[in-house]
Design a protein around this ligand. Structure first.
Ligand code: CP
Ligand code: NVA
Length: 308
């Protein structure tokens, strides 16, 4: 567990371990108030953020350490002035941990290759593992345990959050169903790997273009933006058209289990990937989910620092 690049690389035990620690950190934050004293986290951002930036920065403060926000657009790194390899070698001499939100997944792999400190993937076009650890913590809180539950994801299947959800759910023994249009299905490689992880964990994976089939009886209904940060604005109209049948509407939500919860990693657009009635309704847990970014990531920082 040297880095957190993708949940693909984490064993089920490592995932459960960090969730257990997150529960403890959330219940008694004062016990962890000095554990990262004098430690520095560098936070590299190539894309915008509300939750990720604030939860990591507040998390480091709460653990007694410090976080530096570093904007890629004002950096020599990656812009032809300085290589990722040289940059991360320098960063490793000055900081204790580094997290990065980048476009290209290859770039975070390169950082991890040359870093001598733990590297955390804070979202790439390909994956968003920090989000899914917070999501699993949220489901566990609301449902008591994870194994055997069914999570249905609706919308953009070829998506960072979707891919990481598939890894996370299949590793912890949750059944996962993806309801996406044919042209936006998850990456084949991710699906193939998750079929194996699900088999090992005794759970199932279903990929369908039928939204009702995906949601039928599900314990958790999850959606994400149709316009991820890296999607060009000119694709918006065509994407609205293709994804609209996959909107988590009030009617579609009724197909899920009566006690189903609704999740969205946020940011969310009412009237797009879900109706206002669903995200603002009694089944929605989106703000608990957002808060859990803080607690889950504090646990990740502690684990990767080797202090818990
Ligand atoms: N869910 C999430 O990662 O949000 P931000 O883009 O605001 O960080
Ligand atoms: N899929 C979204 C997640 C935002 C947190 C994006 O990449 O923009």
């Amino acid at each position: 567990m040297k880095h957190l690049i993708s949940l693909k690389d984490w064993s089920p035990e490592a995932i459960f371990d960090v969730l257990d620690l997150a529960v403890k950190v959330k219940a008694a934050p004062e016990q962890y108030a000095d554990v990262l004293k004098q430690k520095t986290l560098l936070m590299i951002f190539e894309k915008p953020s509300l939750r990720t930036r604030i939860s990591f920065e507040a998390g480091m403060t709460q653990l007694g350490g410090h976080a530096i926000y570093y904007d890629m657009s004002t950096s020599p790194m990656g812009g032809g002035k300085e290589t990722i390899e040289d940059s991360i070698k320098v960063i490793s001499r000055m900081c204790d941990l580094v997290m990065a939100r980048l476009f290209r997944h290859e770039d975070i792999l390169e950082m991890a290759q040359y870093a001598t400190i733990p590297v955390i993937n804070a979202l790439t076009d390909n994956s968003h593992p920090c989000q899914i650890l917070a999501d699993l913590l949220t489901v566990q809180e609301k449902k008591g345990s994870l194994k055997g539950l069914t999570l249905a994801y609706l919308g953009d299947g070829f998506n960072n959050v979707t891919h990481s959800l598939m890894y996370g759910c299949s590793k912890v023994g949750m059944n996962i169903r993806i309801g996406s249009p044919e042209a936006h299905m998850p990456a084949v490689e991710v699906t193939e790997q998750c079929v194996e992880f699900a088999q090992e964990a005794g759970s199932g994976l279903l990929i369908t273009d039928d939204p009702a089939e995906a949601v039928q009886g599900a314990d958790v209904v999850y959606t994400d933006s149709w316009m991820s940060y890296h999607i060009p604005k000119e694709e918006e109209a065509s994407r609205i058209k293709v994804f609209t049948p996959y909107q988590v509407s009030d009617v579609l939500m009724e197909e899920a289990a009566t006690d189903a919860i609704f999740m969205n990693c946020l940011p969310a657009l009412r009237g797009a990937e879900q109706s206002a009635g669903v995200i603002d309704g009694p089944q929605s847990v989106v703000f608990d989910e957002a808060e859990n970014r803080l607690h889950a990531q504090k646990a990740v920082l502690l684990k990767l620092s080797g202090v818990a």
